[in-house]
Design a protein around this ligand. Structure first.
Ligand SMILES: Cc1cc2nc3c(=O)[nH]c(=O)nc-3n(C[C@H](O)[C@H](O)[C@H](O)COP(=O)(O)OP(=O)(O)OC[C@H]3O[C@@H](n4cnc5c(N)ncnc54)[C@H](O)[C@@H]3O)c2cc1C
Ligand code: SF4
Ligand code: SF4
Length: 1007
């Protein structure tokens, strides 16, 4: 079944930062290569310094600048890129999302091929044959979402599946929590189309040995023929050593899969399938341009039981026993994970059910394909582990909700660990070592000893059922001592793994972290075979050299040069003993984040900001599919700036300002969705502020930053002022002078402001003495001067609930607009004024309530960054969005409703989502009698002034298109959104009117 409509590639969303038309000079050294590539490649060719920085890191501890980046549009582009690069003697590095943890997706002087932008089509799904064919850039969850309609899934489930690609998973031989049940990626990789180092394309599949097909392949004298002959020869020549050296584990992904390439197929024939060799080859043997994978049925139901132990070793000893039961996962968490979760605002609730004294827990999962009766199955394991074993308690979970919470806790381990403050961090370098489950108990005790010998510690968690523990020792890799310890720990742990018949890597691959140690695992004979194998595929060692296998010196097998020579896991570190970063004087308070630099360095490259299906982060990537438009890209560029990777003045260049900072819409999605809390909106505001100090503030920023003055004037002179933008040619003038897009209709001004309306009606109708609450309704600029209706309806609702309302007339705007523009002095003045004016009221029990979510969050969050003292905390603590206020005080319960028979599609504001305050409106609207579908949507693309700015119009539209599709799919009768910008963006859709604020819908529902 050919797949035609691809949700993840909606048309018209390729909005590029290159549309900004800025100067991007190629790095001189590679200018000739770049120019030749541009002549042959239809896709993007980026050989400037920014591209090098953006692709110099992945999810690992490593960093190496590539020569440049090619973003191919099709297979011909891939072939051309390989031919041109290799003719210049420049290596090739294929890349998916770059979420790898071993450093295999970074390579000094390589041409990186990024498949995620254009080559991400699901080519075919065949539900009968249970097979799917994908291009290399398809994200795994996107494939699974497509397969769900057939009750199927791609079995390997890495925790990173919401952004990592199927072919990146093939490159690493990935797997996840369910490897106990399904094994790893090599079992599901059936056929591949691969471009080899000489530019030839091969199709790998099962070829019966000594059949006519085999003969016709090997009789040639091309690269493919030589590969088949060599591989068969190597497997046959080293049969005994292969038998002896490869561990018999569910997960073993170190080295090349020589043990799996020749096997007996379902018809009992002996076949060779090179696909199995490309799995786990980390891009070192060729570039996959299409992959056919086999699928499994998706179980319809699951259940979980979490067993609590008062000793880690007891828990480890219980693992082999757990595997005697028909389980689909056996996952470990230790007390360090629970401790961190309990101390974290975001995860504490998930750790609550874990009983005191739990030193370690094993979480077992069952699915309906393995057992018929979950309760009976769990009763059986309870008897074994609790009644007759060493577990002292069990927590059972049957509902999706309860199971979801348990998995959340389990998956919180890495983000919790990585957000530790300070330079010592739990780094990945030996984090997926794997031993047979029956040896885990002894292995863990010895591992503890290794850590103790090196004066460090670690948390223990992950896939105990398959013998893989994610142990990340805490080290300071900015100091030589830490770096040497890392090497020494790797050495000791790899010894330990060999002693216990395990694998150095059980899921993340070799990369720069573990390749050095592979000879230890495989011995001299197989190490030699690996080098022969590599040379047969890639005679000049031009495919991601130095990973999986390396050469001892330039005279070793392969080319007579130093490519792929040596491996040392202390080289190419992202930090390293020479790393230094400046800690700038900041206008905002970064104490909570450990300083400006620390906040920047919190980005560990995990790539979560490239996920596109849920949450808010990161709307600009969703629309553009460009690395520079991810939170990671921006953080990497900022790190380059503070660490001297780029010229110190570069940060004030037009390009840096426009591409790195201005394209961030400041939605704050990353603040809450980034697992380590990289808050780019805050970093952006700070750097923009510094830039204004250095270079002055531009006219447009000043206009938008002081939009209230203009709006007040507009309101006073309305309706005349509303005619001005309608005069012929006026939009063109506005675009030329102020940079405001001619495509946008500006908001109209209301001739009566909200304040005037409130005064005219004689103020509050509820005497303060009789009131159930006192509210100061903040007259935000937009509600006050442009669109007072939601403000009026808020007064109506509050008063109906018996609340006394005042609209203060002595306040300044919140400062949100100035803050977004980086005009922090202006924002601070406003904050100071407002806090001083409001504190006496708040002290007397008044609440401050906002119609506009971005203003509410400005008070609740940003005010604490720009002001010190207790007053700001007091006022912040009394600030609420209107729907939040109604929900928190349950004021709506004093009302009776008769809601119109309409269903609502609710699009929340990204600032409120980031502040985790978005659910209030949904709760209140539901209690008002509406059927509400809350969208899991990102930013609308307007983001205050962003969508009005001429150079951002296209990107803003691209982001908006994603929301529009979600709205269409939701199919509610009415769309409602609290954000003024969101309502403008949604109202600008053809033949659609501006949606109402939720308070308007609520007012409509009151009896
Ligand atoms: C927080 C976190 C959790 C993780 N959890 C897991 C987990 O549970 N299980 C797991 O297995 N891994 C995990 N990983 C590691 C990583 O995310 C996975 O291995 C993932 O499958 C890699 O996909 P990717 O698209 O990011 O690939 P990349 O990192 O881009 O590439 C991976 C390798 O494949 C090669 N490659 C990519 N595309 C091609 C191609 N077209 N042709 C040939 N070679 C190619 C690359 O050169 C590289 O060597 C995790 C990483 C993070 C940061
Ligand atoms: S910004 Fe956050 S989510 Fe994105 S890569 Fe960095 S740490 Fe991961
Ligand atoms: S603030 Fe929004 S647009 Fe900017 S990096 Fe964060 S998620 Fe992306």
């Amino acid at each position: 079944m050919a797949v035609e409509d691809d949700f993840y590639n909606p048309p018209g969303l390729e909005t590029s930062s290159t549309g900004l038309d800025l100067d991007r000079p190629d790095v001189e050294q590679y200018a000739a290569l770049a120019s030749e590539l541009r002549g042959r490649v239809d896709g993007d060719v980026m050989f400037d310094e920014y591209a090098q920085i953006l692709y110099a890191t992945d999810g690992s501890i490593y960093q190496a600048r590539p020569a440049g980046v090619v973003v191919p549009r099709d297979v011909e582009d891939v072939r051309a890129a390989i031919e041109v690069a290799t003719s210049h003697d420049v290596p090739i590095l294929p890349r998916g999302t770059g979420s790898s943890l071993g450093g295999q997706t970074v390579g000094r002087g390589c041409v990186v091929l990024d498949f995620t932008k254009y080559m991400d089509d699901i080519v075919d799904v065949d539900p009968e044959a249970k097979r799917a064919t994908v291009q290399p850039g398809v994200v795994q969850d996107h494939l699974d979402n497509r397969l769900a309609e057939h009750g199927l899934k791609f079995a390997p489930d890495p925790a990173s599946s919401n952004r990592s690609t199927v072919c990146g998973g093939i490159g690493n031989n990935s797997t996840g929590a369910h490897s106990v049940r399904y094994g790893i990626t090599d079992a599901y990789t059936e056929e591949l189309d691969v471009i080899l180092a000489d530019g030839s394309r091969i199709h790998t599949r099962e070829v019966v040995l000594d059949s006519d097909e085999w003969d016709s392949i090997v009789e040639g004298d091309d690269l493919e023929a030589n590969i088949y002959r060599t591989v068969r020869g190597l497997v046959e020549d080293h049969e005994d050593e292969i038998e002896k050296r490869y561990p018999s584990l569910k997960r073993s992904v170190s080295g090349y899969n020589l043990q799996k390439v020749i096997y007996e197929n379902d018809d009992g024939e002996e076949v060779i399938n090179l696909s199995k060799l490309f799995v786990g080859a980390e891009g070192t043997l060729g570039v996959i341009v299409e992959a056919t994978v086999s699928l499994v049925t998706q179980p319809e139901e699951t259940a979980l039981a979490l067993y609590c132990f008062d000793d880690l070793v007891d828990a480890m000893e219980a693992v082999p026993e757990a595997l005697e039961f028909p389980v689909s996962a056996v996952e470990l968490m230790d007390d360090e994970v629970f401790r961190l979760a309990r101390e974290s605002e975001g995860y504490a609730e998930y750790a609550e059910p874990i009983p005191e004294g739990t030193k370690a827990s094993l979480m077992l999962e069952w699915d309906n394909e393995l057992v018929d009766d979950f309760e009976a199955a769990i009763a059986e394991t309870n008897e074994h582990f609790v009644e007759n074993g060493t577990a002292f308690d069990v927590i059972e979970a049957y509902s999706d909700y309860d199971q979801g919470r348990m998995w959340k806790l389990r998956k919180a381990a890495i983000p919790l660990l990585m957000s530790l403050q300070g330079d010592p961090k739990p780094y990945p370098f030996i984090e997926d070592a794997t031993v047979p489950p029956e040896e885990l108990a002894e292995y863990v005790q010895k591992f503890e000893q290794v850590l103790e010998d090196h004066g460090t510690s670690a948390a223990y968690f992950a896939h105990a059922g398959s013998g893989t523990l994610h142990i990340r020792p805490i080290l300071n890799l900015k100091q030589d001592e830490g770096i040497q310890k890392m090497h020494s720990i790797t050495d000791d742990v790899t010894d330990l793994v060999v002693e216990h018949h395990g694998a150095f890597s059980g899921e993340h691959g070799d990369g720069m972290a573990r390749t050095e140690f592979n000879p230890k695992m495989y011995g001299e004979e197989l190490w030699g075979a690996f080098k022969e194998l590599k040379t047969a595929f890639d005679p000049e060692w031009l495919m991601n050299p130095g990973n999986v296998v390396y050469r001892s010196d330039p005279t070793d097998i392969g080319p007579n040069n130093d490519r792929g020579v040596g491996a040392d896991n202390r080289e190419n570190l992202r930090y390293g003993a020479d790393y230094q970063s400046i800690e700038p004087q900041t206008a905002l308070d970064f104490d909570d984040e450990g300083g400006f630099s620390h906040l920047v360095e919190l980005c560990n490259g995990c790539g979560t900001c490239r996920q596109t299906d849920t949450d808010v982060m990161c709307p600009t990537y969703r629309a553009s599919k460009e690395e520079i438009q991810t939170t990671r890209g921006r953080a990497n560029m900022l790190r380059a700036a503070i660490s001297g990777e780029i010229d110190e003045d570069e940060i004030h260049s037009e390009r840096f300002q426009k591409e790195v900072l201005d394209l961030c819409v400041g939605c704050k999605g990353c603040k809450s969705n980034c697992p380590t809390g990289v808050d780019l909106a805050k970093l952006k505001a700070e750097v923009k502020h510094q830039h204004h100090q250095e270079e002055g503030t531009g006219l447009r920023s000043r206009v938008f930053g002081n939009i209230d003055t203009l709006s007040k004037l507009g309101s006073k002179t309305a309706p005349l002022s509303n005619l001005a933008p309608k005069l012929p040619g006026s939009r063109i003038v506005m675009e030329k002078v102020l940079g405001i897009s001619r495509e946008r209709e500006l908001p109209t001004f209301s001739s009566e402001s909200l304040e005037e309306w409130f005064a005219d009606r004689g103020g509050s109708s509820i005497p303060v003495g009789d009131a159930d609450g006192k509210v100061l309704l903040f007259p935000d600029t937009y509600t006050n001067y442009n669109y007072p209706e939601p403000g009026k309806r808020a007064v109506e609702v509050l008063e109906a609930a018996g609340v006394h309302v005042e609209i203060p007339s002595d306040l300044e705007p919140s400062g949100r607009a100035a803050f977004s523009m980086g005009m922090l002095d202006r924002a601070r003045e406003r904050a100071e004024h407002n806090v001083e004016a409001l504190r006496p009221y708040v002290d007397k029990g008044w609440s401050v309530v906002f119609i506009e979510p971005s203003d509410a969050v400005m008070f609740q969050d940003e005010y604490r960054d720009i002001l010190d003292g207790t007053s700001v905390d007091v006022v912040s603590g009394a600030a609420y969005g209107i729907m939040e206020y109604l929900d928190v005080t349950r004021a709506d319960e004093r009302l009776s409703f008769d809601a119109p028979a309409e269903s609502l599609t609710y699009h929340g504001h990204c600032n409120q989502k980031a502040a985790k305050k978005d659910h209030h409106a949904v709760g209140v609207l539901r209690r008002s009698g509406y059927d509400v579908d809350p969208l899991d949507s990102s930013c609308c693309g307007m983001a205050g002034s962003f969508g009005y700015e001429a150079e951002h119009y296209e990107l803003s539209q691209g982001i908006g298109q994603i929301l529009f599709r979600q709205v269409e799919q939701s199919g509610g009768d009415v769309v409602t959104a609290p954000g003024a910008s969101c309502r403008s963006q949604l109202g600008d859709r053809p033949n659609e009117s501006r949606p109402p604020h939720p308070i308007e819908k609520m007012a409509d529902a009151i009896n």
